[in-house]
Write a protein that binds this ligand. Structure first.
Ligand code: HC0
Ligand code: SF4
Length: 574
């Protein structure tokens, strides 16, 4: 421990702390911009400057370590003027069309300019950066908004170990882009959107699809069915000022009904269905000497990562489509048949915490007889925008229930899909009952919960030992697959999610400032909301879902039947 003085307050902190962290410990809030805890700690933007007694010049507090006896001032004229000049310089070279900006009122640069009381920019810089890149289905990059903080670069390179984005060109023309200024579409980008949630401004965002969805809702001849991913309920409330980790399932459903969707279903029905298909696929592979380890295929960012970087594992992927694609396919077949609606007149919308799902839904193989399983994917953020456009007072909404017919039931196993380890746990709950031939009571698999990058366990079921592993974030996926490739590890079943934490911290979730993320692990708080929903559910195992059972009895036959394969499975080729 070391003792130092900050703004006349004595503070004792661990010696590994930076000045920024020490100040935070006594409630002194030093502004930052490029700083992002554990991701970007480089002191590049110099917004976090402080005066350190005895030092020459001001110091960047986010990288300066504390030491015994330091005396620091965070609020002097010199400090204020320096911070202001730094931000003015950034603004002079920034596209300042704030009113029409995607991040208006949710921009770290805008807040900073306000806090520093910047009311005019004394000089105009050159804004000579390139064109907007909106060629992909998922991500839009606007260099005129970029402030070169490097947060996206570091997330992509260090957290995801992908390295699509980097600084290119020099001087005024410096920009952050894929190598050789290629489009994101031409780079091996997995569209995880982690760069978007790291961006403090609007330089990176999702490709919006809101207008197409409004058009469908407004067309009386179109029947619009919406489904919501498990993780959306754990974060949507944040867009309306609710605390992180607030579960808003009922309000979300109420809002969707008010927006005018004809049917509101939960992707969790599809998650339960996935477990039936994937669980039986796993048992089949184990019993018949199929390709092992089998690896989950529900995270499209992970699928792209596998296609680009580990094509030798493509045969290991489960052939199951992801749950929301399954729901889409079932809506356009079973549901259409039962409701007597022409599937061509049905428009399916998925609300997802994910930007990669936009690209997934446009993959040519994701269709039923030429009709797309899912017609539009909106992120959690886009749904929030629609709710705001409709001027719905979200916080004041009462709880409503998903539509109850045909696909209206889900279990706790489906809900936890949205957190890392959840798909594995859901699968184990079902596979265990099948192999043991009984209704097991002990259904919480703590070994696969939590935030460790790679989780492993061995479970003995019906006399068989099943070795499993869970990885989240593509850096961890790569580490795990390298061990499997080298023969150091052997598993039967692996769950991989493209984003660290799983879907709850997907690239389509509400953007939270680096400041808030400094002391709140979104992955934990949002996952808690899902585990909480699981514990209050009457049914917590996918095979207990009676509507899934009915779907098999009336329509699909058995899990992995010919019809199930036609509608619910696919295959991946390099
Ligand atoms: Fe997920 Fe999903 S759990 S990928 O993380 O499997 O996006 O939330 O909707 O499809 O169910 C995301 C979340 C889903 C799917 C489900 C899976
Ligand atoms: Fe990197 Fe993911 Fe952003 Fe693509 S979407 S640039 S892979 S962080």
């Amino acid at each position: 421990k070391v003792t130092l003085t900050i703004d006349n307050i004595k503070v004792e902190v661990p010696k590994e702390y930076t000045i920024l962290e020490a100040a935070k410990a006594v409630g002194i809030d030093i502004p930052t911009l490029c700083y992002m805890k554990s991701v970007n700690e480089v002191g590049a933007c110099r917004v976090c400057l402080v005066e350190l007694q005895g030092a020459r010049g001001l110091q960047a507090s986010c990288v300066h370590p504390v030491s015994e006896g330091m005396v620091i001032k965070t609020n002097t004229r010199k400090v204020r003027d320096a911070r202001k000049a730094t931000v003015e310089l950034i603004l002079s070279n920034h596209n300042r069309e704030c009113l029409t900006c995607f991040r208006n009122k949710n921009c770290e640069l805008q807040s900073l300019a306000e806090e520093l009381n910047i009311s005019e920019i004394p000089f105009e810089g050159e804004n000579t950066r390139g064109e907007i890149d909106d060629l992909s289905h998922s991500i839009v990059r606007d260099p005129s908004k970029c402030i070169l903080c490097g947060r996206c670069v570091n997330v992509c390179r260090d957290v995801q170990k992908i390295g699509i984005l980097d600084f290119t060109n020099r001087g005024f023309k410096t920009e952050v882009s894929p190598a050789f200024n290629k489009s994101m579409d031409e780079a091996p980008c997995i569209y995880c959107g982690q760069c978007i949630v790291a961006c403090p401004v609007a330089a990176l965002r999702e490709k919006e699809d809101i207008e197409r969805v409004w058009d469908a809702i407004e067309d009386p001849s179109v029947h619009v069915v919406v489904q919501t991913a498990p993780a959306v309920r754990a974060a949507l409330g944040e867009e309306f000022g609710m605390p992180i980790g607030t579960r808003v399932t009922g309000k979300m459903v109420a809002a969707l009904k008010r927006l005018g969707f004809d049917k509101v279903y939960d992707t969790n029905f599809g998650a339960d269905l996935t477990i039936m298909e994937e669980g039986h696929e796993l048992l089949g592979r184990i019993q018949n000497g199929g390709k092992l380890p089998m690896i989950t295929s529900c995270s499209p960012g992970w699928i792209r990562f596998c296609e680009f970087n580990y094509p030798e594992f493509l045969d290991n992927l489960s052939s199951c489509k992801s749950p929301h694609q399954m729901v889409g396919a079932i809506v356009k077949s079973y549901y259409a048949e039962k409701q007597n609606i022409d599937p061509k007149k049905i428009f399916t919308v998925s609300i997802m915490p994910c930007t990669s799902k936009k690209t997934e839904s446009s993959r040519p193989e994701m269709n039923v007889k030429g009709l797309k399983d899912v017609d539009a994917v909106l992120t959690t953020r886009e749904l929030a925008k629609m709710i705001k456009q409709a001027r719905i007072n979200f916080a004041a909404l009462g709880d409503e229930k998903f539509d109850q017919d045909l696909m209206g039931e889900y279990t706790g196993a489906g809900v936890i899909f949205g957190a890392t380890g959840g798909v594995m746990e859901a699968a184990l709950r079902t596979v265990a009952d099948v192999l043991e031939g009984q209704d097991l009571q002990n259904i919480e698999y703590n070994a696969v919960r939590g935030l460790e990058g790679i989780k492993e366990a061995e479970v003995t079921l019906g006399g068989k030992t099943i070795r499993i592993a869970v990885a989240h974030g593509t850096a961890m996926a790569a580490k795990l697959l390298d061990m499997v490739k080298a023969g150091e590890k052997e598993y039967h079943f692996i769950e991989i999610m493209g984003c660290s934490g799983g879907c709850v911290t997907g690239g389509g979730q509400p953007q939270v400032s680096a400041k808030v993320k400094m002391d709140c692990d979104l992955r934990l708080e949002r996952a808690k909301a899902l585990y909480e929903e699981d514990t209050v559910m009457e049914l917590r195992k996918s095979h207990k879902n009676e509507m899934v059972q009915k779907l098999y009895a009336d329509f699909l036959g058995k899990p992995n039947s010919h019809k199930a394969h036609e509608l619910l499975h696919t295959h991946y080729v390099a």
